[in-house]
Design a protein around this ligand. Sequence first.
Ligand code: AMP
Length: 576
Amino acid sequence: MEERWPRIVTTRRPNEVAPNLLDDDAARRRFTWARAREGLDGLPGGGWNIAHEAVFRHARTQGKKVAVRWLGRHGERLDITYADLAVRVAKFANALNAMGVGEGERVYALLPRVPELYVAALGTLAHRSVFCPMFSAFGPDPIASRIRIGGGRVLVTTPALYDRKVRPVRAQLESLRDVVLVDESWAAAMDMHAGTYAIGPTPANTPALLHFTSGTTGTPKGALHVHEAVLMHHLTGRYALDLHADDVFWCTADPGWVTGTSYGIIAPLVCGLTMIVDESDFDGDRWYEILSRERVSVWYTAPTAIRMLIKAGMEAAKKRDLSSLRFLASVGEPLNPDAVVWSEQAFGRPFHDNWWQTETGGILIANTAAMEIRPGSMGKALPGVEAAIVRRTAKGVEVIDAPDAEGELAIKKGWPSMFVGYWNEPERYEKCFVGGWYLTGDLAKRDADGYFWFVGRADDVIKSAGHLIGPFEVESALLEHPVVAEAGVIGKPDAVAGNIVKAFVALKPGCKSSTELVDELLGWARKRLGTAVAPKELSIVPSLPRTRSGKVLRRLLRARELGLPEGDLSTLESSK
Ligand code: AMP
């Protein structure tokens, strides 16, 4: 593997805590899953409950410590201690009981990053119903499909989000029985319930979280995770993010996506530290202000945000006292090697890239604190995780042992946060596993020392600003417009967002192309899909290229858009 970038070994500052993985290879050899249970409580009668590990046990031992420091959009600030969080969580769990919500029923959230979101998530987990977060920038269509597919029984949202995004599709949501509004009446409504809660039996395989993700075709898939996943949240919090109990940790991801739940709620609280929640969206100055003022020590963010900070210039970082930062990690899309080197210069710390996906429930490949960083690499498989590069064959899969050979990234089945199903789609789930391997859909390479290097996606899903978008969902919304006959959607490389969503449409006979129509179609898609999913660019074309069986050839669209040779579609796999 050719490396153009210097390898980086992070040096410790005087008096700094020892990294959790002091000697990487030795720790790997010593690792057993039984050891990973150390540092967790377990329920008295056996089993694991995420809310118990994240909140209730700490409320007893370190109740006065701040669990969540919430920073409001307009400068508000709220500290919630572990004891206070336990009371709020208990009240929400009791409220679910009072509504008659049963174990395993689905509680959805459509909320900005307000304290009630965290309370609802943990209260649902304590109650042993299934928590399903949705991104508040989704439009009515993605919201309706996700609630319908998962059979949502309860929705927690704000009056404004309800009016704009749920009311228009409410009639389609037959399963939805209760809508809990986060408004002025919230506190009084919660105060009607007891502030203590005895968690019922939670065997390890009790369903806990439903996270929707996108495939190339068909509807979004609901990846289901169980309470035992908390083992992985804890382990990766310690190993991949180097979390210690006295850290101030900030994960910038929104809990509407899996990173914002696993590492923006669960892992930090399970590790018993203080976590920052910022209600605002990205704003470079505000971010530096938060890092500096709140003395953030561990920061977990994403390449798009890092690229935006780089664009804003190094002086903005240098102006601040960022000496509290000890460990920086990045996930969700390829992290350019120059960003790692930039961060060394800007913060005196490199970004540690790590890799995982909705289905894996937690980080599986990482540059840990003790490892030498190879900029551009996602790192090595964590202890307890077996990752390989494989090729699909007629008989199953073949592991490719040769270093630096490209193939599909596969993970040996059975890590604790592995998804246990796609909601109501057993066949789609089964297809992900071949010969005991989970096939990730990512193309990658592994070098001779076990470092993994991302190459691209093996399918047509689009990563834009760190969010996974299914082209089919976007095409379906466009096809509902009366003038649209055909639609094809691709990811178009973008220097900051990684990719942007670009749509191509062909019109019905008699309809005329115009710039007004392009604007109208973009507006139509935004209204239905929301800003997080809608295309940013749209071209009207006479017709779309199709396979013989009639499928839109998205790769050809992409090749044409990028001026790549149409014959060699293999070069299109890379999303870099
Ligand atoms: P999601 O399920 O939305 O979390 O998206 C998972 C996908 O994001 C993976 O399958 C990869 O394609 C991509 N991804 C996640 N982490 C990385 C990373 N460190 N480098 C490159 N791609 C990544």
